[in-house]
Write a protein that binds this ligand. Sequence first.
Ligand SMILES: Nc1nc2c(ncn2[C@@H]2O[C@H](COP(=O)(O)OP(=O)(O)OP(=O)(O)O)[C@@H](O)[C@H]2O)c(=O)[nH]1
Ligand SMILES: [Mg+2]
Length: 526
Amino acid sequence: MADAKGAELPPIRRGEERLAGFHLLHTHPKGGPLSKNDLSTLFLNRLDAVAAIEVRGDGLPGNVHLAHLTPPGTVGEEEDWRIYPPASPSDIEDFDLSAQVRALEEEIARASRVRAAAPDKERALLVQIDQGEFDAEERLQELSELARTAGAEVVYKELVARKHLKAGTLVGAGKLEELTSRAYHLDAQTLVFGQELGAAQAREIEAATGLKIIDRTQLILDIFALHAQGVESRLQVELAQLRYMKPRLLGAGARLSRIGASGGSAAGGAIGTRGPGETKLELDRRRINDRISFLEAQLSDVSVRREERRKTRSRNDVPVVSIVGYTNAGKSTLLNSFTHAAEEPRKVLAENKLFATLRPTSRQGYLEGIGPVVFTDTVGFIRDLPADLSRAFRATLEEIGDADLLLHVVDAASPGADARYDAVRRILSDLDLEEMPEVVALNKADAAEPETLERERQRMNGVPISAVTGQGLHALRGVLAETLQQQAEDQAVRVAATRLEHARMKAELSSNSSALRLSTGQYPHD
Ligand SMILES: Nc1nc2c(ncn2[C@@H]2O[C@H](COP(=O)(O)OP(=O)(O)OP(=O)(O)O)[C@@H](O)[C@H]2O)c(=O)[nH]1
Ligand SMILES: [Mg+2]
């Protein structure tokens, strides 16, 4: 066999702390040292060692080439492996390979014990494929925020430019090898992709790298699972997770058993395996369809009850302002400062994590000239919301349509405010809510560059505010009151117009009927 890449390897023991338990011995009939393929086979399969014996012209064994892995972070080692100088077959007899392997395994195990001392943080590499989008850089940044919110420690991130994607591996085998090597050096086991991966793709990439593969959708599902509060959000999240997992469960035997082994409760489990609330995600293939039907039935129950609640609410005439916006824009913080609900437990959870709020929360506030107003906090929006999730949360989001006014909060301080604003507008229009009146608040003005803020103010016609310092809140209240007032007037005009119209129709009707009477009167003998 000319190089190790073509070798049929038996199923290999994989673990973070040990090597495969195999060394690969093969011949190089044409002579020569270990090839690049030999070394990457060694590396990717975590073989104990790879050796090649040159075959001499007379058919006898020639020089022996041997290499083994080096532990991550070994000082002075440039490569992932150490190659020994060529040796004659007799030299090799004295070489204690198993002692080398033992030493090496000890080293690797020590590194993993150090890792275990800092639990709960999965070390992850991030990859965002750049197909020429203008905002690829921001997407990578957002992916990094998502990973952080899901509890990962981002140790490396890369924008990979690819005009054309490879069917199986997306980025190509070479790039995957490079990433595997990087993961090894940075002591990371998780590779996160910024695009959604198909089931087969995820499997192929996992097989090629030996890393745990997570995509953006899984991250978002995971974050939703961590933050889901209340019966309805939990049901919605679990349903979305199961729908996402279902096609991926088929033929995922080895992968699942590994996930099962490392999975945990909502708070502590590995990324991609967390269930909503305190439950662990049920991964039993046979039960998945039953569970999906059960959840669907429960959810339709909940939505009937909500519909009833909604009816009672629309009967009292307090205007409702729905606070919408991209995740992390500061919606919950603004609701808190608007409604002075600074004390627990009424305080709405506001934190620097994406999707802190999943359940719409309503608070009573007050606006000068209007009176009591209900403010509703909503789940944050995000571009390319996974289809399963937007379906699951559609009912919740549609409730936004019950409001009289949208208060669209934009994070004006981090780059890409325009793109996030547009993403939110797109989702609103998907929900058929694009016609609703909207007031834009450019939040985090305290942290924004003045020129940027001014540009955004002109483009989005927003009111610069800071939910934290309180700057601009007075002006914003004014605009909200004015808009509601205007709406009430428009409404009054509409009502008056409708009344007028009714009156006119009535008049017309009665004049018609008198015309009718007249006509019957005119032709009494007809
Ligand atoms: N500097 C600054 N930070 C702010 C301001 N408003 C909110 N933040 C911070 O932004 C982060 C997100 O705030 P939240 O209120 O949780 O954002 P949200 O829009 O409700 O987020 P989700 O519920 O996750 O969609 C928190 O760390 C806030 O402290 C502001 O005016 N200025
Ligand atoms: Mg919030």
